[in-house]
Write a protein that binds this ligand. Structure first.
Ligand SMILES: Nc1nc2c(ncn2[C@@H]2O[C@H](COP(=O)(O)OP(=O)(O)OP(=O)(O)O)[C@@H](O)[C@H]2O)c(=O)[nH]1
Ligand SMILES: [Mg+2]
Length: 122
């Protein structure tokens, strides 16, 4: 199993760099599964998610099995946490910093791997 970290999708690129950025996304196209790590403490995370989804669609990766990791949960107020959980109920709330929710992230990822290979567990 190979884990690949891509360049960050969210950044202010000068226009000339956008093409170079797209060229680095080949790994995404070749991957069996994506783990989309969001910074849900960011005030514009809804917009950011849309921007990332747009890029995924552009490179033909929109339909890939994807685990949505809702990272930086440690920075959320209870109210904000509830809003995020409602918005992305399929997501897994984690804090990479505090090592929270990682078991859930792993098991969701394992489930998707199992679905890629039906019959593997029999
Ligand atoms: N509070 C908090 N900070 C975090 C958490 N996870 C990562 N960070 C911080 O967020 C910053 C960015 O982390 P990176 O690991 O560079 O994130 P990245 O997704 O690789 O970023 P790009 O590749 O630039 O998009 C660092 O300062 C981390 O310490 C978390 O769960 N909680
Ligand atoms: Mg990075």
């Amino acid at each position: 199993m190979l884990f690949v970290d891509t360049v960050g999708f969210i950044r202010d690129l000068p226009h000339t760099l956008v093409e170079a950025f797209h060229a680095t996304l080949e790994e995404v196209v070749e991957a069996d599964i994506l783990i989309h790590v969001m910074d849900v403490s960011h005030e514009h995370c809804l917009k950011q998610k849309k921007a990332v989804d747009r890029v995924l669609a552009e490179i033909g990766a929109a339909g890939k099995p994807c685990v949505l990791a809702l990272n930086k949960a440690d920075l959320l107020t209870d109210e904000r946490r509830r809003i995020i959980e409602q918005e992305w109920s399929q997501g897994i709330m984690i804090s990479a910093k505090q090592k929270q929710g990682l078991r859930g992230l792993m098991s969701k990822t394992e489930n998707l791997i199992d679905e890629l290979q039906p019959g593997r567990s029999t």
